[in-house]
Design a protein around this ligand. Structure first.
Ligand code: SF4
Ligand code: SF4
Ligand code: SF4
Length: 580
């Protein structure tokens, strides 16, 4: 490996040839401020646009300041990162950005979570010196998931890199010219009319409030305040290991008990766990898999619990709509069971029941509005709020979250197994399905339930599991670019997998677009993942088919797994969508 030796702030450093000044500075713990630059190495995301120039440094012998994020190191190079000239230039860059930025920080959705705001404070910018014309664009509120406010866009291009290079959806790019340039869908189409999957990964990396979730908080408060309605809430697995971050707790901390208490304090009538429905999903999905294996059905089976992924294949692989499982996602299954079985048990009219899902996800907002996801005129799920939105509600209700006592979920839809918990991490759904399918097919007890080859943040993982005489080939992809690679292999007839799990967000739901912002620190995602596997390991029951409430649900209401009633309530279909 070719190395170069250089000096930064009088410290010698050796780095690989081809590295940037920013890479070299990081190696010796010298902080150079950045804004557009973002390197999420583990998910192969690097935004190299070098558009903001916040990271300028002084290089000996050069007339102009150099952007540290895009200037390669050279042998003998001497760099000063904190010269008066560099500091002043950075401040000017931020002042110019602010001159064309709405000054509504106090009411902005990113207030106190905004990289531009933090940088302005860090650089001691105390006034906006430059007054001038402000760009004026239409706000896009067309979708159920994402609001685009181009007036707040600082043209960093992080969203474009995420959408085009990691997710390969290609919805976002530079549009307009000169002062009117912004980043958005081609021809300024509303998001709702594009191939956007609503994965929300662009929102997760946007440094400012130009991309944000559609908030359903007020609608949920209104439902809670309506005495005629019974408002029930369910929470997805990935939420419990991230919500604490909004209250200063360590990422990965399990706050399940405090969350249940907070939801009751907020005013929900019943507090349930989507994990119950994740167990139900496994029963249906494993049944479908076993059915396809035993009856010569189409393989590989693809998981279908991620609505971002579902919309992606409806647009991009509509010639293969017969291979994904027909199972609804867990929160939709939960809604369908709530408005039938539970409403009946509670003696209430489903018209008077409101189902709220707390999800790590923006795509689930869109999913809840899909017309086919309902029964007898009722939507399965009425409102979806994200982990961040729940945190806002807890703060609005002035709850001292960290010191809340723990409480349990309500039953009968609150009990779950370890298999359901790991749905929140990439590989978790297929691992959970294997625990059940293995026992059903072999009629033997699976002693070691941990399929470790299927765990971790790698974009594509593979494993082979011997079930009876068959070597069952499994693949897992997270991130839509990785999903595309697998789907293209299948389309070309080059893949011989039996089952594939796909999640739209790199790392799975723990890194969903509705989770607390990671600000570029992917260790946070690792810690959330560890939190889920810890909870799984601590559970007494770790296989979905061992959940006694699931057995009761089939005995009392659904009948056979994968049977007629289950099909009516728990399965769905897909449609070919246009490529715009
Ligand atoms: S939500 Fe996902 S698919 Fe849609 S624009 Fe953002 S990154 Fe692209
Ligand atoms: S929308 Fe956000 S991420 Fe995209 S270019 Fe604008 S500021 Fe950057
Ligand atoms: S991976 Fe999870 S959070 Fe991301 S789009 Fe899919 S379901 Fe939503």
């Amino acid at each position: 490996m070719d190395m170069v030796t250089m000096t930064i702030n009088r410290k010698k450093v050796q780095v690989e040839k081809g590295a940037t000044i920013l890479d070299a500075a990081k190696k010796i713990n010298i902080n150079i401020p950045t804004l557009c630059h973002l390197d999420l190495h583990d998910i192969k995301f690097v935004n190299k646009s070098a558009s903001c120039r916040v990271c300028v440094v002084q290089v000996k012998g050069r007339k102009n300041l150099a952007p540290a994020c895009s200037t390669p190191v050279a042998e003998g190079m001497v760099v000063t990162t904190n010269s008066i000239r560099a500091i002043k230039a950075r401040r000017t860059v931020v002042e110019l950005l602010l001159s064309n930025h709405p000054k509504d920080c106090l009411v902005c959705v990113k207030n106190q979570d905004c990289d531009l705001q933090s940088l302005a404070a860090e650089l001691n910018v105390r006034q906006v010196k430059y007054e001038g014309v402000m760009s004026k664009h239409r706000k896009d509120t067309s979708s159920y998931s994402i609001v685009r406010d181009p007036d707040k866009c600082i043209l960093c291009r992080r969203c474009e890199t995420m959408c085009n290079e990691v997710q390969t959806v290609n919805v976002l790019s530079g549009i307009g010219r000169g002062f009117d340039t912004t980043v958005g869908p081609a021809y300024s189409l509303p998001m709702h009319e594009t191939t956007c999957t609503f994965c929300g990964q662009c929102v997760a990396v946007c440094p400012v409030g130009a991309l944000a979730e559609v908030s359903n908080v007020q609608k949920v408060w209104n439902a809670i305040g309506n005495r005629k309605k019974t408002v029930i809430v369910q929470t997805a697995p990935a939420v419990r290991v991230a919500l604490g971050e909004e209250f200063g707790m360590e990422p990965g901390t399990q706050v399940t008990g405090k969350m249940a208490t907070a939801l009751r304090e907020i005013g929900f009538d019943k507090v349930f766990d989507t994990d119950f429905a994740a167990d139900l999903t496994i029963i249906e999905e494993a049944s479908e898999f076993v059915h396809r294996l035993q009856h010569g059905g189409k393989l590989p089976i693809l998981t279908s619990c991620c609505p971002g992924w579902v919309k992606f294949f409806e647009h991009q692989f509509s010639d293969m709509l017969d291979i994904p499982s027909t199972c609804k996602s867990p929160h939709e299954m939960f809604g369908a069971i709530s408005k039938t079985y539970l409403a009946d048990k509670m003696g209430i009219n489903p018209d008077d029941m409101v189902v709220v899902s707390v999800m790590p996800c923006l795509a689930k907002k869109y999913e809840a509005a899909r017309p086919e996801l309902g029964n007898e005129g009722h939507k399965d799920v009425d409102y979806v709020i994200t982990t961040r939105e729940l945190a806002h509600m807890i703060k609005e209700a002035t709850l001292d979250f960290e010191n809340l006592p723990d409480s349990d979920f309500d039953n009968p839809l609150g009990e779950s197994t370890g298999a359901a918990v790991i749905f929140g991490a990439t590989g978790g759904v297929i691992e959970a399905a294997l625990r059940t399918a293995y026992e059903w097919l072999t009629k033997e007890t699976l002693e070691s339930v941990d399929f470790k080859d299927l765990r971790g943040l790698q974009g594509i993982k593979e494993a082979t599991v011997k079930i009876n005489d068959l070597d069952v080939k499994i693949a897992v992809a997270s991130g839509l670019g990785n999903a595309r690679k697998l789907l293209e292999e299948i389309r070309a007839g080059r893949a011989d997998y039996h089952a594939i799990e796909i999640m739209a967000c790199p790392g799975g739901c723990i890194n969903g677009g509705g989770q607390p912002f990671h600000h570029g620190d992917l260790e946070i995602i690792q810690k959330r993942m560890s939190g889920l596997y810890k909870e799984d390991a601590e559970k007494v029951l770790r296989k979905s088919h061992d959940n006694p409430y699931i057995k009761k649900l089939y005995d009392e209401f659904l009948g056979e797994p994968y049977g007629e009633k289950a099909h009516e309530l728990l399965h769905t279909h897909y449609v070919k969508r246009d490529m715009i």
